[in-house]
Ligand binder design. Structure first.
Ligand code: AKB
Length: 314
């Protein structure tokens, strides 16, 4: 990776990934793109272009203008929003991905896009979900993610594009909040705990989902992209996870830092149904074996860091 174009660069992953890549590869070599510009550091600290991912021409022209050799396609709707607007989600998630893959093909560029635990469905084995298993998701987001994995593999086999991907769990960070996801509760809870000392969870107690702290997610992306191609048996996409917890367990961990923290529940049936269709915990062995995936943060270490950082920020 030397000249990288990122779509969705001002979103939850992109806003941090852009800065980290600029640190490693140099500011001028990381071209941030998004549908609109804002005042964030990611938009201001290096090249930025306004690009709508549904516009193939704009994407290809931007990539050519900056002579990129890597495309990281992050722009997408998350699970709950996709469920509320399924046709829009199909058009944006699949149209955007197709355009990004075409851009990579045209420029002979390396390619990354995230998949998700949402690619699994209710008939997938729920615990320690294997890398290769039943994938029959029942959400529009999941359908997009499975189709996206297959399409990325297709571009590798058919056109030789060096496509790589990760099945991300819920990502937790104190920088840019996620929007429209099912796992977002595990981010909101920290903000509410610090601001108000309480949180009302829309996900029910006993609902386990995989999660990961953003620094581990960024390292995973970079390590996968730097991995020796000869060692990759899988490409799109690798199971990665750092922890699995339910709302009760994260609440207990937060209580260790914020005494008197109160948790209550008002379950949102739409997001609960999505969560119920996802695994309790996934098995990252293929990622560990093929390119050395390792996560540094567990629930306790992440909670300590989140609370320290958010206390300074809020
Ligand atoms: C979501 O909840 O939609 C995302 C995901 C797990 O892909 N955070």
């Amino acid at each position: 990776m030397k000249r990288i174009m990122i779509t969705g660069a001002l979103g939850q992953i992109g806003s941090e990934l852009t800065l980290k890549l600029r640190e490693i590869y140099g500011s001028d070599n990381v071209i941030a793109t998004d549908i609109r510009k804002n005042e964030s550091e990611a938009a201001q600290s290096g090249p930025f272009e306004t690009v709508d991912v549904t516009d193939l021409n704009a994407m290809v022209e931007t990539a050519k203008k900056h002579n990129v050799d890597t495309v990281m396609h992050l722009a997408a709707l998350l699970s709950a929003t996709a469920e509320a607007k399924p046709v829009f989600a199909w058009n944006l998630n699949m149209g955007g991905l197709m355009n990004a893959l075409e851009t990579a093909r045209e420029l002979n560029a390396q390619f990354f896009t995230p998949s998700s635990i949402g690619a699994f469905g209710p008939t997938t084995p729920k615990d320690n979900t294997p890398q290769d298993t039943i994938m029959r998701p029942t959400t529009m987001y999941g359908v997009n993610k499975v189709a996206g994995e297959l399409l990325s593999d297709y571009y590798f086999h058919k056109f030789g594009v060096d496509t790589r991907g990760l099945r991300f769990p819920g990502l937790i960070s104190y920088v840019t909040p996620p929007g429209g996801g099912t796992t977002d509760y595990a981010v909101e809870i920290y903000y509410e705990a610090i601001k108000n000392g309480r949180y009302t969870s829309y996900i029910d107690r006993g609902t386990y989902m995989d999660m990961m702290y953003m620094p581990d997610a960024l390292n995973a992306i970079i390590n996968l992209m730097e991995a020796d191609t000869a060692k990759l048996v899988h490409r799109n996409s690798f199971n990665v996870t750092a922890m699995s917890f339910d709302p009760e367990e994260i609440a207990v961990e937060i209580s260790k830092h914020i005494s008197g923290f109160e948790m209550s529940y008002q379950v949102d049936p739409v997001r609960q149904k999505i969560a119920d269709s996802w695994p309790n915990s996934i098995d990252p062995t293929a990622a560990q074996n093929e390119w050395g995936f390792k996560a540094e943060y567990d629930l306790a270490k992440m909670t300590k860091d989140m609370i320290e950082k958010l206390r300074q920020q809020l």
